[in-house]
Design a protein around this ligand. Structure first.
Ligand SMILES: [Zn+2]
Length: 256
């Protein structure tokens, strides 16, 4: 349960148009303000996720992404700018998010999720958005959110295909239920338009907002699959694996 933080007059003016959303209101806004969200990687997926969460007034964002900005990042990693080439991605992300919204806390971590930092970073978050490209990192994050009972919005894309689900440990399948092994064709570099990663990223940001504020229906137990090549969107039911080595031992929801 996210602690609400009292809104100021600046908040009321800034978020006025979203507060009008039925079921959200000032209470939902106060929950966003009190929330901490960890975004793993701020690439093609994570950049628009973080940007939308900052715009919506999530009170504390932790953005973990190592390495420096490269020219090939700039077609999709929208928190990176040309003037930041060769400098840390996490600094570029921090700077862009603060320019957009100076009233939230933004913390850039100049490192990807690893065994060394995953427990501490997940421990500080109310919710995690996994936007990492590699299955090793995604499995690591999955294990940790299941261990700590945290909700994780899980977004992925390849070429013009994208998928999205929201993992609530014990209630929905975890990533290891869905992918017992990394898909054999998965690789680090793949074809991508920023408009494809950005599309699924915006839906992922909305999953995070709805989960934190407690309104609408999220993709718990369902997966959204999109193909932007032919503009197809569909939702399918996904089930837990009773023998899942990561979450199979959980018998009841870890979250309400
Ligand atoms: Zn599982």
């Amino acid at each position: 349960m996210v602690q609400q933080t009292a809104l100021t007059d600046i908040d009321r003016a800034r978020y006025e148009w979203q507060v009008w959303t039925p079921g959200f209101g000032e209470e939902g806004q106060a929950k966003l303000k009190g929330a901490t969200v960890l975004v793993s990687r701020c690439g093609g997926l994570g950049s628009p996720v973080a940007y939308e969460l900052a715009a919506a007034g999530v009170g504390h964002l932790i953005i973990a992404h190592g390495g420096n900005v490269k020219p090939s990042d700039l077609n999709r990693q929208l928190l990176m700018t040309n003037d930041w080439l060769g400098r840390p991605r996490s600094e570029s992300a921090e700077r862009r998010l603060r320019d957009l919204n100076p009233y939230i806390e933004v913390e850039g971590i100049n490192s990807n999720i690893s065994e060394d930092n995953v427990a501490e970073l997940v421990g500080r978050a109310d919710l995690v958005v996994d936007a990492a490209p590699l299955f090793e990192e995604r499995f690591l994050m999955n294990r940790e959110v299941v261990r700590q009972g945290k909700v994780m919005v899980e977004a992925a894309m390849y070429d013009t295909d994208a998928s999205l689900t929201t993992i609530v440990p014990g209630l929905s399948p975890c990533l290891a239920c869905l992918f017992p092994e990394p898909p054999p064709a998965w690789k680090r570099e793949f074809p991508v338009f920023g408009a494809v990663s950005g599309t699924i990223a915006c839906v992922a940001a909305m999953e995070a907002i709805k989960t934190l504020a407690g309104f609408g229906q999220t993709l718990v137990g369902q997966m959204l699959v999109a193909d932007l090549r032919d503009v197809e969107f569909r939702k399918m039911k996904v089930l837990r694996r009773p023998d899942c080595p990561v979450c199979g031992h959980l018998e009841s929801p870890a979250q309400d």
